[in-house]
Design a protein around this ligand. Structure first.
Ligand SMILES: C[S@@+](CC[C@H](N)C(=O)[O-])C[C@H]1O[C@@H](n2cnc3c(N)ncnc32)[C@H](O)[C@@H]1O
Length: 179
């Protein structure tokens, strides 16, 4: 019986590891969460927003999506996550502690329309930032705040940056897009 339990545990651990590795390969980045210092800096840099839609592009385990929903109760937060396990984790979190203004979607943000965004939040990687830059220019129709952990938009100037004393000395970039 104990042996069976040990085998089952190893099998589940392997399935979880394979799912995370496959998801990271597919998405181009692992679901590593923003550090708590980075998360605080991102939330601090964003201004007060009274209404509108906030997109989180690549929600991971929900470490930013849930605090965003709490900080902006008048806004709708839409969190996209492509990788299966982090997405399921977010769904379980949402069932356990629901936020009425948070929607979690298993979707590639590159296939989404961000036109109604009042803010975009992300911690991605250089190629995804390039893709986002294209989407911003093509889709955004009203002014929008963009806050990114570590990776900058190559063709835009941030209105503010913050370098934080986490393990990676991460830089947080804040942009204000005005059409
Ligand atoms: C580094 S994690 C950041 C997680 C969270 N945003 C945070 O800061 O704590 C990046 C996440 O983006 C997801 N991701 C990458 N490309 C994506 C895409 N095109 N569409 C949806 N999710 C994506 C990955 O699966 C991963 O979970």
């Amino acid at each position: 019986m104990m042996l069976l339990l040990a085998y089952a545990t190893i099998l589940i651990a392997c399935a979880i590891a394979i799912s995370i590795v496959y998801g990271s390969w597919r998405c181009g980045i692992s679901p590593m969460p923003s550090s708590s210092l980075a998360k605080c800096a991102m939330l601090d840099l964003l201004p007060e927003l009274q209404e509108g839609t906030i997109y989180e592009l690549g929600a991971g385990w929900g470490s930013l999506a849930f605090p965003l929903a709490d900080r902006y109760p008048q806004c709708q937060v839409i969190a996209y996550e492509l990788s299966a396990l982090p997405y399921l984790f977010c769904i379980v979190r949402q069932i356990a502690h629901p936020r009425a203004n948070l929607t979690i979607c298993r979707k590639d943000f590159r296939q989404s329309n961000l036109s109604g965004a009042c803010a975009i939040v992300c911690y991605l990687y250089p190629a995804a930032m390039e893709q986002l830059e294209g989407q911003i220019s093509l889709q955004l129709v009203k002014s929008c705040w963009i806050v990114s952990n570590t990776f900058a938009l190559q063709h835009r100037h941030p209105v503010k940056t913050a370098t934080i004393a986490d393990l990676y000395n991460s830089t947080i970039y804040l942009y204000h897009y005005v059409p």
